[in-house]
Design a protein. Structure first.
Ligand SMILES: CC(C)(COP(=O)(O)OP(=O)(O)OC[C@H]1O[C@@H](n2cnc3c(N)ncnc32)[C@H](O)[C@@H]1OP(=O)(O)O)[C@@H](O)C(=O)NCCC(=O)NCCS
Length: 170
């Protein structure tokens, strides 16, 4: 049987409740986001749609950068695939589409904080020290009620390190 192929597209306001549901379906891996937060950041969401239903999400946030010589970095967030459609390449398609979109902003780096490092490793992300993203930890983790210390919580910080197309050193 052929695996159904969801289409990827930019999100619109009407997708808000479905995005909320997708993120909420993965409470152990994803930071919950109120509907209001999703709607205020709707221009930073991609969705996967299958038969009129939202079955996958990916979004990003711009991180503060105090060094005027650097562009801000971007964090990939809220990557989700409906459980019955996992392991068919949709997560990869969503993250690759998000990376393509955010590359247009020329970020200093693209990072992710994840409980699923092998998935992001397969997409070209490599682990980095959490010391390198303290501003993100301060902003994103200060309200966490699950772990008492962002530096010891099991989420892994990773940065996108695309392979050099010429095959030489990056
Ligand atoms: C993580 C998630 C988005 C992956 O989506 P998916 O559609 O199943 O992933 P894909 O089929 O595109 O897999 C891409 C690659 O990652 C690997 N991979 C996917 N999920 C994995 C996991 N949980 N552990 C290890 N490897 C994984 C696949 O084997 C595949 O490797 P390959 O290209 O070498 O074959 C999905 O499992 C999910 O929604 N999980 C819950 C939410 C979550 O953990 N989000 C990520 C944190 S931000």
């Amino acid at each position: 049987m052929n695996t159904p192929q969801p289409i990827l597209r930019k999100a619109c306001f009407g997708d808000g409740p479905a995005i909320f549901k997708c993120i909420k379906a993965h409470p152990n891996e994803l930071v919950p986001r109120p509907l209001s937060n999703i709607l205020l950041n709707i221009d930073r969401f991609l969705v996967a749609e299958l038969d009129g239903e939202i079955v996958g999400t990916a979004s990003w946030a711009v991180l503060p950068e105090l060094d005027p010589a650097k562009n801000p970095s971007i964090e990939i967030q809220s990557v989700s695939v409906r459980q019955d459609l996992q392991k068919h390449g949709l997560g990869r398609r969503l993250v690759e589409a998000a990376l393509e979109r955010v590359s247009e902003f020329k970020p200093d780096q693209v990072i992710v904080l994840t409980f699923t490092p092998p998935f992001f490793a397969s997409l070209g992300f490599t682990p980095i020290s959490k010391d390198k993203i303290l501003y993100k930890l301060y902003k994103g983790c200060m309200n966490c009620s699950k772990y008492d210390n962002p530096l010891t919580c099991p989420e892994v910080a990773m940065a996108y390190a695309p392979p050099n197309p010429k095959g030489g050193p990056a």
